[in-house]
Design a protein around this ligand. Sequence first.
Ligand SMILES: [Zn+2]
Ligand SMILES: [Zn+2]
Length: 140
Amino acid sequence: MGTIVAARCEQCNFHRNLAVGAGMTNHGKVAKWPVWCTRCKALSLANHKAEELNCSECGSREVKRASDPAVWSGEGRVTVKWRLRVERGEPRERTWLERLRGKTPEVPTRSVDLELTDGDYLCSVCGQFGLKFSPIGLFD
Ligand SMILES: [Zn+2]
Ligand SMILES: [Zn+2]
């Protein structure tokens, strides 16, 4: 289930609702998340499951992610999160005891999440750090 997020700037009147994440039908291939396009200056969405990120407005690859310090103040607590993928590490060498008991050590995993916080982000309209994201609903 995806989330509808309201992006609102406290410095100017910019306001836009964004549908982030994915719905049930495209869950495996799509993970839409906000990007800041340096070409068309739009706050747009890009599919973070794709090989490369493209601005959904103009198709440019010159986009900044929400975790980029150029567009995010680095503050706030996480309010919207999307599990992008789970990465599996290399299993370590078995110890002699594990070998003796026929056990296989667990493969370490690490999840990579997309996150939005309630902190300040760059508003691409007025150029100030006054943009806030707030979840307002869900879609499936
Ligand atoms: Zn663009
Ligand atoms: Zn603004």
